[in-house]
Structures are given as C-alpha cells and as structure tokens.
Design a protein around this ligand. Structure first.
Ligand code: GAR
Length: 203
C-alpha cells in the first residue's frame, strides 16, 4: 500500500477528489496517511479530519527564518514516512533538501497546460486570469514531478479544457478543476501506486 502525504494550503478540493477516488476504488493500493498545511485556516484540514486522517500545520509565521521553516517542514514530512508526496494546491516553494531526499516521489497539480501560464507568480486564479488575458481557446491542467525549478519537472499527465467566450477567471477555474484537476490527480496517484504506464488499463 502506497503511503501518500498530501500538502495543502487552501480549500482542498483536490484533496477531496483524492479521498473520494480512494473511497470509490478508483485509486487502488494507496492510502492518504497524513495531510500537511502551511495555513492553519485551510479548509483542507477539516476535510482530512472528517476522514480521520492526521493533519499537521507547519506555518512560516511560526518560525524566525525561512531555513527554520524549511527544516520543520522536512522534519514533519519525514515523520509521516511517505512513499509519495502530493502537492494539492500547496503554494509554498518546496525546499531543495526535500526535493533531493524525495526525488521522483513528489508530484504537483498545476492548473494550466505546462509550459503555458506556469512558473513563479502563476498560481490559483492568477493562472486563469493570464489565460483569459492571452485569449487562449484551450487550457487545462498538468500533473508533473517536482524538481528544483518552478513547474519545470517531468510531465506525468495533462488534460485539455475548452475556454468559453463568456468565461471569467472564476468560471474557468471551476471548469478546469471539474474537468481536469479532479480527474488527473487521482489518476496520477493510481498510475504511480500500480506502476502502470499512462492510460494503460489495470490488469
Ligand atoms: C488548484 O487549482 C491547484 O491546481 C492550484 O491551486 C488550486 C488549489 O485548490 N495550484 C497551483 O496553482 C500551484 N501552482 P484546492 O485547494 O481546492 O485543491
């Protein structure tokens, strides 16, 4: 059974999609064993608690320096003994020491088709504002492995979503979540847990 630690910062709808997919059997041989948030007010923590999953808060505000926060985050992750770390709307830069220690075992969901609308400054609603400002007709979501760059690691899965004439950043964000993110992230975990190639059916 793959032990999964999910890192969150906000509402946690992607966390919920993972938990629902585990409950319904869409993700096999994996279990969310812990959730870590950098934000004590994140609704994602409630979602974890209602699933009886231990949730930990490691907030930068509680530490004097960034190094001290990074050390505490890494210590907390280590204590969770994850096989896989999933960044599900985690808006903090992952410390290099964590990337080195868990290389190829950290995945992230990004709400665009990388390499469009990604990198430093592109997160949450800003991604969809930029996509609408550029006038793209297709956007989507990407699950990728995390390396030292911002949104630069190897791509695991992508799914396209149509942009509509009357979209606002909010309506586009919602459609990208519903049609792409909540499908892709559980699928990526299932692929990793069961060592299947992209899209291959389970035997
Ligand atoms: C999601 O749209 C996720 O793709 C995005 O934050 C949102 C979190 O929502 N992540 C990024 O922008 C990372 N660069 P959630 O808390 O409801 O899952």
């Amino acid at each position: 059974m793959l032990r999964v630690t999910v890192l969150v910062s906000g509402g946690g709808t992607n966390l919920q999609a993972i938990l629902d997919a585990m409950d319904s059997g869409k993700i096999r041989n994996a279990q969310v064993t812990s959730v870590i948030s950098n934000n004590a007010g994140a609704y994602a923590i409630e979602r974890a608690k209602s699933h009886q999953i231990p949730a930990f808060v490691v907030s930068p505000k509680a530490y004097e320096t960034r190094e001290a926060f990074n050390d505490a985050l890494l210590e907390t992750v280590r204590a969770c003994r994850p096989d896989l770390i999933v960044l599900a709307g985690f808006l903090v830069k992952i410390p290099e020491a964590m990337i080195a220690e868990f290389r190829n075992r950290i995945i992230n969901i990004h709400p665009s088709l990388i390499p469009s609308f990604c990198g430093v400054g592109y997160y949450g609603l800003k991604v969809h504002e930029a996509a609408l400002a550029r006038g793209v007709k297709i956007t989507g979501a990407t699950v990728h492995f995390v390396d030292e760059g911002t949104d630069t690691g190897p791509i695991l899965l992508q799914k396209a979503v149509e942009v509509r004439e009357d979209d606002t950043p909010e309506t586009l964000q919602r459609r990208v979540m519903e049609e792409a993110e909540w499908v892709l992230l559980p699928q990526a975990i299932d692929v990793i847990a069961n060592q299947r190639r992209n899209g291959e059916d389970a035997k």
